[in-house]
Design a protein around this ligand. Sequence first.
Ligand code: UD1
Length: 289
Amino acid sequence: MRIVDSLVTGRRRNLEHIPDVDFLEGDLADRTIAEQAVDGMDYVLHQAAIPSVPRSVADPITSHRANLDASLNLLVAARDAGVKRLVYAGSSSVYGNQPTLPKHEDMPPNPLSPYALQKLVAEQYCRMFTGLYGFETVAIRYFNVFGPRQDPGSPYSGVISLFATALLEGRQPIIYGDGEQTRDFTYVANVVDGVLRACEAKDAAGEVINVATGGRISLNELLRVMNGIVGTNLQAIYKEARAGDVKHSQADITKAKTLLGYQPIVSLEEGLRRTLEWCRAESAAAAGR
Ligand code: UD1
């Protein structure tokens, strides 16, 4: 197994527990890195991106390069290297504020931020590479993935990692807007399962498929549940809603069930418990270092 990362948002340390990794440090927006990345590989699981909606609003050029130039390089390189299939990490953000819930793959996309638009274009490149060149791709639309090793170190980090560190450090977390926005938060093991299934699923090539839990929870409720797990009662500090933010997000996962035989294996509550346990162990280890 080869892993390629520019380490702009990732950490080498996150791979320490995985044996026999052929690690290549580099930027996939550089064509020679993309070519080295796919050389000799059967499958490519394309997770590389600069995430965060507000980060893309603040700096669309940097996120465009990471999310689009790199994706096109990788598609071309993988096609030319004879890779069997490329599975792409798409995003629920492409739906924007579609009023109908849950969101299913046939709905017209409505990106509200550069990040969402970039994720949509790369997904369409994937479909086009299957139609035009016969190169097999599958685009999986992720819905607010969370879990251990998510970096809470930036204001652009995922909300669960930010809430977790705030609660464990006894700080009040920040909520942007009224906290009544909802998300289909998905524990990472579910996404890994969906992606691995997409590598070999028979009728999945050229498709776009939601992989999520299929539920939704408001940020206010999420904070209440997390306070319960940690044993705290910290209230949020409310700030103005973020530009480009989607109001409600919930996946219809029927297509994933049909095409991939996918079922969520870890519930939101269990995922939150595992994540908070990991964060607690991490801060204990950091305090002991
Ligand atoms: C979006 C995508 C998601 C993608 C992610 C990549 C949607 C519905 N989801 O996530 O699929 O993986 O981008 O970055 O578009 N918030 C707070 N306090 C904080 C941080 C965030 O209230 O400290 C709020 C945000 O305003 C937002 C929600 O929490 O309403 C979730 O934010 P975040 O975790 O950054 O993810 P999305 O932008 O929803």
